[in-house]
Ligand binder design. Structure first.
Ligand SMILES: [Zn+2]
Length: 454
């Protein structure tokens, strides 16, 4: 016997069930049916889209020593944004997650302070990282994150080509290593650093200089390199926050050629262009940078044609004083986004560009959950899965205001944007954690989610 039912447009892997019922027992989905259940409390969401809770596979919770967001607020952001699982990056300040002990310390903290569930990336130190891989995977890291660009020599180092091949080889030797994605921040450091050195003296001028210092070519060259480093190795290569449309076609060809490679883009590359750097300066600064309107349209085309595996936020909540410095190059890179990912993709994708609800569920939940080996516990509305649900009312519109946000950022590149559709409820493991206006889930209810290899 179930505890309650949700009535609405239920988006399942097999399609959308019109005016149907999803029943919840305890923390799990117990049934999906077109027939009204007998004698059960019904949460009537008729006309609303009932979707799997979002899985954001790219979130930075602990990157800043200055005014860090912390597990409670970041998972409140997630709950308010319909995201019921976040996959957190390892580039923590002051020390990154390079050992099992650090990963387990993060698990304890997130379960003490978090509101929604969390899976964790691990990373390695600059040299000798291959020896750290087994410890991280055995401790429950769902993926590894590496970078070809050095943001910080300790926290976020560049990993050399030789080290990358050794890490790949160490991973391939583990029982489930071939299923653990190795996600890359791929930007050509030689190219970028030379351009930044040239442009920095002009950095108090137009903020668009940031985009000019990190051209699409810097992503392109490093993706090609990584494909060749992965070729012939039994590993899962992943390109994080890819902005270059034609590279998604290159990756499709590489898959046909036997390389296990996937890629994500971020919602801001679909929504914004580099002109925001002129208008909002440091507040629109992220890496890779926002691109031209032509690139943005190209990304939509790749998304609608099915070549983009999933969409993430790269949520990086710097406080305003770190985003408001006179020289564009002195500002921190990264945007807050957890509360706006699903609402933006619903409005701009489903309600304006004809993205189907089934594809929306794949891009925001099912594909990232499968990618991180969290499926079928997470990522889809199916019997036996965790009852992680987001309910959208497509008939209501709302306006983005940073002052409504749970983030410490208190700024949004989307300030004042009116969206079609609104999240009216988020349910995490059977419990309402966001009621449409406030986060009601308590800190301390979060659980660490381990990958399940099949
Ligand atoms: Zn990131």
């Amino acid at each position: 016997m179930a505890d309650y039912a949700i009535r609405g447009e239920i988006v399942t892997e097999a399609g959308v069930l019109h005016d149907a019922y999803l029943t919840v027992r305890g923390e799990k989905i117990s049934g999906i049916s077109s027939d009204a259940p007998d004698g059960l409390e019904v949460m009537d969401s008729s006309g609303c889209y009932v979707l799997p809770g979002g899985v954001d596979a790219h979130v930075h919770s602990n990157s800043s020593l200055v005014n860090p967001e912390g597990w409670t607020r970041i998972t409140q952001c997630a709950a308010a944004g319909g995201v019921t699982t976040i996959t957190d990056m390892p580039y923590d300040s002051p020390v990154p997650t390079t050992t099992a002990a650090r990963l387990l310390a993060k698990v304890a903290a997130l379960e003490r302070e978090g509101v929604v569930d969390v899976a964790l990336y691990g990373t390695v130190q600059k040299f000798g990282g291959a020896a750290q891989v087994a410890g991280l995977v055995n401790a429950g890291a769902c993926a590894l994150k590496l970078s070809t660009y050095e943001t910080d020599p300790e926290r976020f180092p560049k990993i050399t080509d030789l080290e990358i091949t050794r890490i790949f080889d160490a991973l391939a030797e583990l029982p489930n290593g071939r299923n653990v994605p190795v996600a890359f921040h791929a930007e050509n450091m030689e190219l970028v650093d030379a351009l930044v050195a040239e442009l920095r003296p002009l950095g108090e001028g137009d903020g668009i200089l940031h985009a000019q210092s990190r051209p699409e070519l810097s992503e392109i060259t490093d993706v090609y390199k990584l494909l060749e480093l992965a070729r012939g190795r039994d590993v899962h290569l992943h390109i994080a926050h890819l902005t270059v449309p034609h590279i998604f076609e290159v990756l499709e060809a590489a898959r046909a050629d036997g390389i296990h490679v996937t890629a994500e883009t971020c919602i801001h590359y679909l929504m914004l262009t580099e002109s925001e750097l002129t208008r909002q300066r440091g507040f629109a600064k992220c890496n890779p940078p926002l691109r031209s309107s032509q690139t943005r349209e190209g990304l939509w085309q790749q998304l609608l044609e099915g070549r983009i595996e999933f969409v993430t936020t790269d949520h990086a909540p710097w406080s305003p004083e770190l985003k408001n410095r006179p020289n564009i190059f002195d500002n921190k890179s990264g945007l807050p986004g957890l509360e706006t990912l699903l609402p933006l993709l619903m409005s701009a994708g489903v309600l304006e560009r004809g993205l189907s609800l089934e594809r929306f569920a794949l891009l925001t939940a099912t594909n990232p959950a499968k990618w991180a080996n969290l499926y079928p516990q997470k990522g889809a509305l199916r019997v036996g899965a965790d009852a992680d649900v987001v309910i959208f009312d497509p008939r209501v519109s709302h306006t983005i205001k940073a002052s409504d946000s749970y983030s410490i950022a208190q700024h949004s590149v989307y300030e004042g944007l009116e969206l079609r559709g609104k999240i009216v409820r988020t349910i995490a493991r059977g419990e309402t954690v966001f009621d449409g206006s406030s986060v009601v889930g308590q800190a301390g209810r979060a659980r660490f989610v381990r990958p399940q290899f099949t």
